[in-house]
Design a binder for this molecule. Sequence first.
Ligand SMILES: NC(=O)N[C@@H](CC(=O)O)C(=O)O
Ligand SMILES: [Zn+2]
Ligand SMILES: [Zn+2]
Length: 471
Amino acid sequence: MPDVLIQNARVLEDGRLVPSEILIEDGKIKGIAKEFRISSYDELINADKMVVIPAGIDGHVHFRDPGMTYKEDWYSGSCSAAAGGIATVLEHPNTLPPVIDKSGLSLKLKHAKKKSVIDFGINGGVTNNVDQLKEIWRLGISVFGEIFMAESTGGLNISNDTLGDALSKIGEVDALACIHAEDEALRLENEVLLKNDTGIDVHSRIRPNECEEIAVRDCIKINKDTAVPARLHFCHTSTPEAVSLIAKAQKELSPVGNARKITCEVAPHHLFLSTKDYNKLGTLGKMNPPLRSPEDAAYMIQALNSGLINAVASDHAPHMHYEKDVPMRSAPSGVPGVETLMPLMLAAVRKNLISLERVIQVTSRNPAHIFGLDRLGKGSMAEGYDADLLLFDPKKTVPIKSKNLHTHCDWTPYEGMDGIFPGMTLSRGDVVWDGFQIIAKKGRGAFLPGAGLKTDEDGKMILEYDEDDDE
Ligand SMILES: NC(=O)N[C@@H](CC(=O)O)C(=O)O
Ligand SMILES: [Zn+2]
Ligand SMILES: [Zn+2]
């Protein structure tokens, strides 16, 4: 007997919204049809003409757990994701301790398994741990990174030499390297040069477009020069310069028909905010890479539409308001965003900035493919895939308000901006967000191991984690 029948839904088919029903069995999509003439099921959901799309996959979040759980923990972060229509996250390694070895990974996995309400992967950090990269890969990290080429939260940045060593190890195991591309030398130089500059936009001038451009160029070159180049994915790209370099490298590497070897993502704050917002946001608009000009933001939307940018990811990086309420130079970098990613994108559809079809590609199908989550049933609303779904009313635009969000972070850079929030989020067929509250059990989220996870002779996973690690 099927578990769930969703009736009265609308589904995108060849560019049109078609009245549909969706059948779910064992947490997976069993079928989508105009009408299933069945009368027995465990649960009936009346979608009330809402549009159903795949739930978002946010490939870039920082949940701060372990170590800085007052900013976020796996429960608050995953609830925030679910309420924003995200059913899968990849969490990045700059926690305390960072995920750079077996014990760091084991501790984070334990926290996440206990608290997450949605499915998750854990990324492996790259510092001076080059000789341990293969081990954490075998233990099930999703991807490597973000690999910090410049200073950002957590102080995990590495030199270009170490980057080369790491990329060659990552290439050997055919994993993905996710890169935070900013040039540390230029940043340091500008820091000194502009030390008396009190301009509100000084952060954007310390880390100018050129900073990202140099790092992207260097990284592509360093990777090319290794014995076995890694697959590269550039995190939070923010400039036309970086996108053009990546497009050029993509072309060189990808003869027609071949899988792309270099991909990139953009964060919503580089699409919907710009240096013009510093007046309103002050230090709340400080993140790495920094806000760019309005023209650059407009270019990024166009590049997302045209296919030069492959995915949207939030770079959800919560810091408390009181921590941000200090002079620009001492304020921590980062903005929350996991709960507003899908609402902003869906509101952008209503404003004709992007098509719904493209939003689906860049928030579910492409991230699933890039991060290897499609092999685990993620990223498509089709038979056999996980029933991770987002239901929304395309006309219901509301102002984003931080008091309505579920993150520990007590502010949002998008306060007052338009969002279209999910009326419901499903994770593997379970309603985790019903439009009003989280109804998922803490810890129901499943760990999504990376492709390197060691298995036994029967293909069964061997989880080499110490279950008795301290909290
Ligand atoms: N983006 C940021 O400004 N900050 C991120 C780290 C990062 O992604 O660089 C954080 O973890 O706070
Ligand atoms: Zn980063
Ligand atoms: Zn980040």
